[in-house]
Write a protein that binds this ligand. Structure first.
Ligand code: HEM
Length: 193
């Protein structure tokens, strides 16, 4: 099981490496009103994309779209609060776990995070002076990169820990056995000249 303190350490890694700062939080809060006006279009593009592609459309249950649009909108709006406390970061961790349950692979999540970032960039460039758009989009990108990293890490680690737990394998033994397996995978995918 991954402890909450550990999750918060991963958040520190991601904040440090992306360069997300308090100033970015202030920028996001400053543009909250304008950014919330873009929510409908961002959410629509997100779900139009997922529902128009069979592998991602089949992730959803019959009639689920309104509910999913509501949660994504809440998530989007929360980004502009300017306050990112432990419960905010742990919520992003939770998203990774729920994605495992619903078979939302990280390749889907990461591709869609990129799409959200570009939809946001288009909106900002069309409605704000260029220097303000750059400042806002930089803050948005850093925050959503931290989140994408966290969701991906949550998916990855929770998946592995759950497998170890249900199979009753000790992590150290699993690591040793994996090392042998990884050598075979490396061999298979090694670039040939
Ligand atoms: C930018 C990437 C994504 C973000 C930020 C995101 C965010 C979220 C959030 C906030 C929730 C709700 C968690 C809660 O209940 O509090 C959620 C749940 C869910 N997401 Fe994602 N998501 C992303 C990508 C995707 C993709 C690509 C799919 C489908 C292919 C997807 C499918 C789902 C489903 C089915 C649930 C519902 C889980 C449940 O309650 O049963 N998500 N996601």
């Amino acid at each position: 099981m991954v402890e909450k303190e550990e999750v918060l350490r991963y958040v520190e890694d991601l904040i440090r490496l992306t360069g997300f700062s308090e100033k970015d939080g202030e920028t996001l809060a400053k543009y909250r009103d304008v950014a919330l006006k873009w929510a409908n279009d961002v959410v629509k593009e997100f779900y139009d994309t997922l529902f128009s592609y069979e592998p991602t459309a089949k992730v959803f249950r019959e009639g689920e779209r309104p509910l999913r649009e509501k949660t994504l909108r809440e998530w989007y709006e929360r980004l502009f609060d300017g306050k990112y406390d432990d419960s905010f970061w742990l919520w992003q961790w939770y998203v990774g776990i729920i994605h495992i349950k619903r078979k939302v692979y990280n390749r889907y999540m990461l591709a869609m995070m990129g799409r959200v970032q570009l939809a946001f960039l288009r909106k900002a460039l069309s409605e704000l002076p260029p220097d303000e758009a750059i400042e806002l989009c930089t803050a948005f990108k850093r925050l959503t990169d931290v989140i994408a990293g966290l969701i991906a890490e949550s998916y990855h680690l929770t998946y592995i820990y759950s497998l170890e737990a249900v199979a009753g394998i000790k992590p150290a033994l699993a690591e040793k056995m994996m090392s042998l397996h990884l050598n075979r995978e490396l061999e298979k995918y090694a670039p040939r000249s």
